[in-house]
Design a protein around this ligand. Structure first.
Ligand SMILES: NC(=O)c1ccc[n+]([C@@H]2O[C@H](COP(=O)([O-])OP(=O)(O)OC[C@H]3O[C@@H](n4cnc5c(N)ncnc54)[C@H](O)[C@@H]3O)[C@@H](O)[C@H]2O)c1
Length: 261
């Protein structure tokens, strides 16, 4: 599906990013794994190679620095001669607290990674793709469209990802660059376990909020991302795909789940 396409995965060391790098490998891509921890990026690049990647490269990148993001995109593009696709997955949940208890630093920490980081990455990727075109997939959240209790700034940052996605999509559609987003709900990753603090009861109850009755897997998000990167989605532009087990279709009212509690 992505044979010999040069695909960057920004924030590729764990969770959805790791699963995406491996899925791109399975699809035959040339996979560039970017992560703050170079050793972890190397590990995931090796997994992507075992899965079938045409070639792999692991590079360090912290999305809080535009210099690092620019260097990462340049190095990948110089190495392989072009850039066909990119996945902007890096994100943090930040400290969870009601809005009136959040500090300036809490706000800056979350926005710097989740919103500004996606801006830095898309800006560099679009410039690198240029007239040759390509596909970009950003990782938003159900919080791109709803408020979240205790995670107001996270939700604001993910709303920003959606606005950046749509704006860049319409700016670049005529240049052959398609830009879309996935919006996962609860997905079994290290982030989810941190958010629910490993509390088994909370995990069970939160899983039931999804009409399908469970959390998603990173591989299920990765499958949607690979499809959006591929020519199979050639007329899909400026869209969000909810990889959410029906979560966003319910408006939160789920009597079956309440009865089971
Ligand atoms: N897990 C969920 O339930 C869920 C739900 C909706 C959206 N998401 C989103 O999915 C994306 C992936 O999260 P995940 O669930 O796999 O969690 P995760 O914590 O396993 O992965 C987050 C990744 O982002 C990287 N990262 C964080 N800060 C970075 C920085 N400054 N520079 C570069 N990389 C950085 C981490 O190293 C890690 O690889 C995030 O954007 C998250 O907001 C997750």
């Amino acid at each position: 599906m992505l044979q010999d396409r040069v695909i960057l995965v920004v924030g590729g060391s764990t969770g959805i990013g790791r699963a995406t790098a491996i899925a791109c490998g399975q699809a035959g891509a040339i996979v560039v794994v970017g992560a703050r921890d170079h050793a972890k990026a190397e590990e995931v690049a090796t997994e992507a190679a075992s899965a079938g990647a045409a070639r792999t490269l692991a590079l360090p990148v912290d999305v809080r620095s535009s210099d690092e993001v620019d260097a990462f995109v340049s190095k990948a593009t110089d190495t392989f001669g072009r850039l066909d696709g990119a996945v902007n997955n890096a994100g943090i949940e930040g400290r969870m607290a009601p809005m009136h208890d959040l500090t300036d630093a809490d706000y800056a920490e979350i926005m710097d990674v989740n919103a500004r980081g996606v801006f830095f990455a898309m800006r560099a990727e679009i410039a690198a793709m240029g007239a040759a075109g390509g596909a970009i997939v950003n990782v938003g959240s159900v919080g791109s469209f709803t408020g979240l209790v205790g995670q107001s700034v996270y939700a604001a940052s993910k709303h920003a990802v959606w606005a950046l996605t749509r704006s860049a999509a319409v700016e670049n559609a005529g240049r052959g660059i398609r830009i879309n987003m996935i919006a996962p709900a609860g997905t079994e990753t290290p982030m989810l376990h941190r958010v629910l603090q490993g509390n088994v009861e909370a995990m069970r109850s939160a899983a039931r909020m999804h009409p399908i009755g469970r959390f998603g897997t990173p591989e299920e998000s990765a499958a949607a991302i690979v499809w959006l990167l591929s020519d199979a989605s050639s007329f899909v532009c400026g869209q969000s795909i909810g990889v959410d087990g029906g979560y966003s279709a319910t408006l939160g009212f789920n009597p079956q789940a309440a009865l089971a509690d």
